[in-house]
Design a protein around this ligand. Structure first.
Ligand SMILES: [Zn+2]
Length: 439
């Protein structure tokens, strides 16, 4: 490629890809169920082929014979993989041969799941995800002139360059101009000032963030009106949903996603008619299982997800551990994407303060997870507000404890806390791991 052509591609390439994806996705959502299943099988066949032929992990997993995918039921022949399976193998063994790693960004799941997993976001998947987000936001009535704020879970210094889409040529510039990204670890009071100053219309954030924002509004006697609230990452309970519409006056749209397969509503997203969630079957495969077999529509099942666009680090039949109920009803909106309800995602608890305020779990997570040699931690709060920070460390233990203590002083001012060194931290049997829990 000549230098001129390569410059043009860098400037306009992603923009063009995003627009093409958006155009395709805008059409595909209205296709019939049969047409959508055909697309899904075609994409599944391709991703399984890529994974088997290109990634050491899948070659080993699937054995000597090339898995044949002729219809959707063939996916059942492939083994289900868990977070632990994925984490056990080095990232290199999961990358498809020929991937230009220098053009990819590593994305790691947040520590609230207890077991971080890394995937590679390549320019193709970044542009695809942008298309998915545009399709969704557009259907919610979000337009280019609306001021969008998005809360990003991650350290402040990485927020501006978290995905390829942020830095890629013209598209990166458009995106940075239109969407203000703020780190969840910041002081919410500063965010509130910014929302007021800039006139935030759309806020994309986890439910726990909205609860903290309400708290701050009340404490500072500030009114904040939002047009649209888009939630993701945690269970959106009815109380929080009501807060969002009553307190902020926002129309609320929830999403279901996970970084490894398809983040922020990439798996399923609430229909603009609020009927239920539409599954993106043109982009992922979701299975709902009980004891390894599909549940009937209307029954809850454990979610197993496959990404149809993560070409560099394929995720095929990945066990998420959430429960959700597939439906066979048609949606009044007319979209061909099937429906899902009752998503039991993770519940993220906050630390309650005796004065009625509370501390965001993401602030706790990001303040503590950067401590050197701290392998794992969990924060347990009792009903008398006292806090126990459980710490697992096998190296430089004294230094770890000292640093955790220093950070707890900042995190929990005026509150009683203790730090306990433990040998292992895992989810209680039958329960999901929670970084902050209450006794
Ligand atoms: Zn619908």
């Amino acid at each position: 490629m000549t230098l001129y052509k390569s410059c043009c591609y860098n400037l306009f390439g992603l923009l063009l890809q995003v627009l093409l994806n958006w155009r395709w996705l805008n059409k595909s959502q209205w296709l019939s169920r049969e047409e959508l299943y055909e697309i899904q099988v075609r994409k599944l066949r391709e991703i399984v082929r890529r994974a088997y032929e290109g990634a050491v992990f899948y070659r080993r997993l699937y054995g000597n014979s090339h898995p044949e995918i002729n219809n959707l039921i063939d996916i059942k022949k492939l083994p289900i993989i868990t977070k632990e399976d994925v984490r056990k193998v080095p990232l290199e063994e999961r990358i498809v041969a020929g991937t230009d790693v220098s053009k990819c960004v590593k994305k790691t799941t947040s520590g609230t799941t207890g077991v971080p997993v890394t995937v590679l976001e390549d320019p193709y998947s970044a542009a695809y995800l942008e298309g998915l987000h545009l399709r969704r936001l557009w259907s919610y009535g979000v337009r280019p002139w609306h001021r969008i704020f998005r809360i990003v879970v991650g350290p402040a210094e990485k927020v501006a360059t978290q995905t390829i889409a942020d830095t890629a040529g013209i598209w990166g510039r458009i995106r940075t101009n239109r969407v203000v990204r703020l780190p969840s670890a910041d002081d919410v009071r500063n965010h509130l000032k910014l929302f007021k100053e800039k006139g935030a219309a759309v806020l994309i954030a986890p439910p726990s963030y909205f609860r903290a924002l309400r708290e701050v509004c009340e404490n500072t006697e500030t009114m904040l009106h939002l047009k649209t609230a888009v939630t993701w990452g945690e269970l959106l309970d009815m109380k929080t949903r009501k807060t969002l519409s009553d307190f902020f006056g926002a129309e609320v749209f929830d999403g279901y996603g996970c970084i490894e397969v398809a983040p922020i509503g990439g798996l399923a997203w609430e229909c603009p008619t609020h009927t239920a969630y539409h599954i993106n079957i043109d982009s992922v495969v979701l299975e709902f299982l009980r004891d390894g077999t599909d549940v009937a529509p209307g029954e809850p099942g454990e979610v197993v997800a496959t990404s149809l666009f993560r070409h560099s680090t394929p995720m095929i039949r990945y066990y998420l551990g959430d429960k959700a109920t597939p439906m066979d009803d048609e949606c009044p909106c007319g979209r061909g994407l099937p429906l899902l309800k009752n998503i039991e995602g993770r519940i993220v608890d906050s630390i309650k303060r005796p004065d009625g305020g509370y501390i965001s779990p993401y602030t706790v997570m990001h303040t503590l997870q950067e401590v050197e040699n701290l392998e794992q931690f969990r924060v347990v709060q009792r009903s008398d507000y006292s806090i126990e920070v459980q710490v697992k460390a096998t190296q430089s233990i004294e230094k770890v404890l000292e640093e955790v203590g220093r950070r707890c002083n900042i995190l929990f001012p005026g509150m009683h806390y203790s730090i306990k060194l433990v040998e292992s931290i895992g989810p209680e049997k039958g329960k999901k791991f929670k970084i902050v829990s209450h006794e």
